[in-house]
Design a protein around this ligand. Structure first.
Ligand code: GLA
Length: 652
């Protein structure tokens, strides 16, 4: 259940045998290789050198380890760029070409690159597809990372025009769908359509949404073709991809995951916490500096499980300081172990660490490995040893499905709408969604993520923090579902072309709860106001809607001026304000009680994942914590007393 990312090409061949021997000692089973090794596989056009890779695979296989082979397409070599300069993407903010010298320097709309990427994939897949040591494949590496989904190139423009023609059929339909009569933007021909970049002021939202749909489709086209080629030559091998956080892909993650066997995730709790919580006050942030926020990795794990509707792998886990955060602290001792167990608890079947040994050269020389560059063992080594031993003694079936009665309804398109239509600078889709998520987790609830086209019939509570475009199909499913559905502000207000719903927001949601939004305002972060719920006061901030409804609808919470802030009709609730975490915790506690969901009020920084037959408890805090387990609890790891950064697991 453990693995490692390994770069044999970085190290003298004499070291490989001992590396592999030590990997076995550490209890590792999987070795991921080759994702950046194109220039070594094909140093010149058509001149392949696979002898070194054959030997590396042999050494790994001789120790009984399994190989995960990657396509090297995240790093097209220099000779290829020189041959086809149009591979390089164009920065959508400046219009300048993004150069060679790092990675992911390719444009999804370059046909030259498409062909070259598929060529090297096919060469590799033919050569290694049936190799007995190779158990599976990883496509590319972190697709879309470094903001590479969008390109402002001529190739992208031409492909976008063709995409628009396919999507809208004729130019009048496009004009009508977008509303191009506004500001004299009417088109007579698809060939006139530019990319919505580098304009004087804001570009047309419908145009923008179409560009995002198109760019996402380009990524999926590229990725799906790669999967197809691998499958054609690698029978009975899995194909996966290592995802970055879902918000960063700018791609429809559900579509991206569709043809994979399962999804993998790259888990960098400290680097991500540093980027995501930069607006947190120092008092709040500092305790998490070396642990990561207790819910942040889980948020990604649960989303990862959601996109392929099954358990997942961690393909990379941070073993020490990284190099790419604004600041790069080291993990507290114990966190590498805790993060590993956290991943298993949320549905990981395998955890691989990035990387075996810290390379002394190039961009990531300050990024830790399990071993230091002098080959000594870092702190991570000892924690992985502990995980190895605990896995052996605890005997937990990580392939068991994660079952829950609560789901957050999500989808990349919601994020796109909020990014395209700013309205208030402080609205951040991910922050909004995360606030709902952390509230549910603080109550000990396990959370699934579903898209609007998923089956929702098994859930008791569905929470849609922000769902601006709601198709009729989802409304119909809500009508048929048994769940209580809670919508956050900004939901339902837009058509699929990002125009205002003609019946006023929340559009189609009015079929579930008869209320209308008469006005929407956004508010500075330092000007929050109060709202009240069950005689307690909470913050209403950033986004506030005025809701109007008939007497049949119940007011659940009120703004400071007495107007309704949260309303409910039968099984549907609409929250019209961006509130605070405290409100959401207290509110969901009441809802959960009504729905008969088991809620545990956990000490701050303690989290629980209840998987029925096995329960995981984590202490992210700097203090010892105690909890009370049920009488029948049989502890397989730890006890009811959790040291700082400690883990307990019991079976029922
Ligand atoms: C990503 C990449 C790796 C490496 C790590 C460093 O996850 O996939 O190649 O750059 O980041 O943290």
């Amino acid at each position: 259940m453990l693995g490692i990312c390994y770069y044999p090409e970085h190290w003298p061949e004499e070291m490989w045998a001992n590396d592999v021997k030590e990997m076995c000692e550490l209890g590792l089973k999987y070795v991921r290789i080759a994702e950046f090794a194109w220039s070594k596989m094909e140093p010149r056009e058509g001149q392949y050198d696979f002898a070194w890779l054959d030997r590396a695979i042999d050494v790994i296989a001789s120790a009984g380890l399994k190989v995960i082979m990657c396509t090297p397409t995240a790093t097209p070599p220099k000779w290829l760029i020189d041959k086809y300069p149009d591979i390089l993407p164009v920065d959508v903010n400046t219009g300048t070409v993004r150069g060679f010298g790092s990675r992911r320097h390719y444009d999804f709309s370059s046909e030259n690159y498409f062909n070259e990427a598929m060529r090297i994939t096919e060469v590799l897949a033919k050569r290694y597809g049936e190799h007995p040591a190779i158990c599976g494949w990883q496509t590319d590496n972190e697709i879309a990372c470094h903001d590479t989904t969008h390109s402002g190139s001529e190739n992208a423009k031409v492909a976008f025009q063709a995409w628009c023609e396919r999507y809208y059929g004729d130019i009048d339909s496009l004009n009508k769908a977008w509303g191009t009569i506004f500001w004299s933007m009417e088109y007579q021909d698809f060939s006139q359509i530019e990319l919505p970049i580098l304009a004087v002021t804001e570009t047309h939202p419908s145009h923008n949404l179409a560009y995002r749909r198109f760019s996402s489709d380009q990524v999926i086209r590229f990725h799906d073709e790669m999967i197809r080629i691998i499958r054609a030559h690698a029978p009975d091998r899995f194909v996966t991809h290592n995802f970055i956080p879902m918000v960063d892909t700018q791609t429809d993650n559900y579509a991206l995951a569709k043809n994979l066997d399962f999804v993998s995730y790259d888990n960098y709790p400290l680097g991500r916490t540093d980027l995501f919580f930069e607006h947190m006050s120092p008092e709040e942030f500092k305790p998490y500096m070396r642990t990561g926020h207790p819910d942040f990795s889980s948020y990604s794990f649960d989303q990862t499980r959601g996109v392929s509707k099954k358990n997942f792998w961690i393909m990379e886990q941070q073993p020490g300081p990284v190099n790419w955060g604004h600041h790069n602290p080291r993990p507290e001792n114990g966190m590498v172990r805790l993060w590993s167990w956290q991943a298993f608890a949320h549905g990981a079947e395998v955890v691989c660490y990035f990387r075996w040994r810290q390379a002394p050269f190039a961009q990531e020389q300050m990024h830790a490995g399990v071993k230091r560059n002098d080959n000594s063992k870092s702190q991570a080594w000892y924690e992985i040893e502990q995980v190895r031993d605990e896995l052996a003694s605890a005997n937990i079936d990580t392939s068991a499905p994660v079952k829950t009665r609560v789901a957050i309804v999500t989808g990349t398109i919601n994020q796109w709408v909020t990014e395209i239509e700013r309205q208030g600078d402080s609205y951040n889709h991910q922050q909004v969604e995360f606030t709902y998520y952390t509230a549910l987790r603080q109550l000990g609830l396990t959370v699934d993520f579903v898209s609007t086209d998923c089956d929702i019939s098994t859930y008791d509570l569905l929470v849609a923090p922000c769902l601006p475009i709601v198709e009729q199909g989802f409304i119909d499913k809500c009508k048929a579902a048994k769940a209580h559905v809670v919508f956050g502000p900004r939901s339902g207000g837009k058509t699929s072309e990002l125009s205002l719903a003609s019946q006023l927001p929340p559009g189609n949601i009015q079929q579930l709860i008869p209320l209308k939004i008469h006005s929407t305002e956004t508010i500075r972060p330092d000007c929050s106001e109060l709202m009240s719920f069950n005689d307690r006061q909470y913050d209403s901030k950033l986004w506030r809607e005025e809701i109007v409804f008939p007497e049949t609808v119940m007011t659940i919470a009120k703004y400071h001026d007495g107007r309704p802030a949260v309303a409910r009709f039968e099984n549907t609730t609409y929250i019209a304000s961006l509130t605070c975490e405290n409100f959401l915790v207290d509110y969901f506690e009441v809802v959960a009680a009504e729905l008969g969901l088991d809620v545990v009020k956990l000490p701050k920084d303690v989290r629980i994942v209840d998987r029925g037959s096995v329960v995981f408890v984590f202490n992210y805090g700097h203090q010892e914590q105690r909890f009370t387990a049920p009488q029948e609890a049989n502890f397989v790891i730890g006890s009811e007393v959790l040291a700082p950064f400690d883990v307990a697991v019991y079976k029922r």
